[in-house]
Write a protein that binds this ligand. Structure first.
Ligand SMILES: [Cu+2]
Length: 109
């Protein structure tokens, strides 16, 4: 019984499963998806991008804002739609802040 419940909980947490092996998360944030942009898009020719209205991100950005990020993979977009609340993990790479994990959250009420 306990094992069964644990299995269900793990199954509902896609963010962990979608972090590429060895990928480190430097920052964690929450926000609302404004746009999902698989490549090619107006933001990037070859890489997936996501526009997030994000809450302040500890150690990175003090203010709530809407901004685009590159994403590690379009697989992170599975099951997501604009308007969804998410928690996300960012990796600080030399060229960009890269979204490496996304977990869908319950809608704000
Ligand atoms: Cu920002």
């Amino acid at each position: 019984m306990v094992l069964g419940v644990a299995g269900v909980l793990v199954g509902t947490g896609p963010a962990d499963a979608q972090v590429p092996p060895g990928a480190k998360v430097d920052y964690r944030g929450t926000g609302v998806v404004l746009a999902l942009l698989p490549p090619p898009s107006s933001l990037h020719a070859t890489r997936p991008a996501i526009v997030i209205e994000h809450e302040p991100i500890a150690g990175l950005m003090d203010e709530k804002m809407s901004m685009p990020f590159l994403a590690a993979s379009t697989a992170l977009f599975q099951g997501l739609r604009p308007g969804n609340r998410i928690a996300f993990g960012l990796q600080d790479t030399p060229r960009a802040l890269l979204v490496v994990a996304i977990e869908r959250l319950a809608p704000a009420r």
